[in-house]
Design a binder for this molecule. Structure first.
Ligand code: AMP
Length: 113
């Protein structure tokens, strides 16, 4: 799959990021425009456009991304946090490389806008 997103460029090391975790399947780094004291993005190394385009073959990877999200949240000292995956422009997705937002460090309201 072609992947020319800014996250692909971060994965290739072409542009810098504030990395907080990396393994052979994913990378986690701080959001450049944080919406809370902790705002980290967990992205797969593999270019999946969004959750809506993930398939059965990604089942283990998707589970891994969520476990890494929890690991990162705890690493950041959070006991409570929110994980968000926006799928599609109308849902707020702006970068079309699957990513899990990990947001916390302040009270978070619900429902989202
Ligand atoms: P979404 O709107 O769900 O697609 O989330 C994309 C997120 O990527 C936004 O929260 C942006 O602030 C963030 N973002 C965009 N470019 C960068 C970058 N170069 N480094 C870190 N975060 C970024």
């Amino acid at each position: 799959m072609a992947d020319d997103t800014i996250f692909a460029r971060i994965l290739r090391g072409e542009i810098p990021c504030d990395e907080v975790y990396r393994d052979d399947r994913c990378l986690a780094f701080r959001d450049v425009a944080p919406q809370a004291p902790v705002h980290v993005l967990v992205i797969p190394s593999e270019p999946i456009e969004s959750l809506r385009s993930a398939g059965e073959e990604h089942e283990a990877l998707l589970g891994h991304l969520l476990l890494v999200a929890a690991r990162v949240a705890k690493q950041e000292g959070l006991e409570d946090w929110r994980t968000v995956i926006n799928s599609g422009a109308e849902a707020g997705q702006t970068v079309f490389h699957l990513h899990v937002h990990v947001i916390g460090g302040r009270p978070l309201s619900w429902p989202p806008g």
